[in-house]
Ligand binder design. Sequence first.
Ligand SMILES: [Fe+2]
Length: 163
Amino acid sequence: MAFKKMDFFMESSIYDDVNGKIKMNISKKELLSMNNELVDLLNTLLEAEKAGVETMAYLLDKEPNNELFKEVKNDEAWSCAGLIQSIKREGGTVSTAKGDFADKVRALPTIQEQLDLLCKGQAWVVRRIDRALPLEMSGETRTFLEEMKKKHEVNISNVEQGI
Ligand SMILES: [Fe+2]
């Protein structure tokens, strides 16, 4: 009886760790195609977050003592690091490209318009995370994306209050 229980426990643990273990039974090609959509989204997010760091560096040049800008910049950098780890964890290749969001922000004439666009960009990121979350992924990647989403929602709210 004890042996059967252990058997059951081991089998459950295999199914608990869905992404890590079940996928080992399918071909690498199948695994890659299953992960393509997720990896593409993670890379799109990474390119956006790199542009986010650049945008916040630009805004901090204008307002070096703005604590909120510093926080947002740190969160964008934290997101980049977590996305790189997630892409590698999910078997993808990390994109070296960067989005052109900072150029769009710089092109606007007033800080109000720039911050408004910043919030729109952050909301776009939240929608992309919502698109990724229903996909299959490891628990670590999911936890990271949920945290990244929360940080973005808090930052949108804080920046909007400051505008
Ligand atoms: Fe962001």
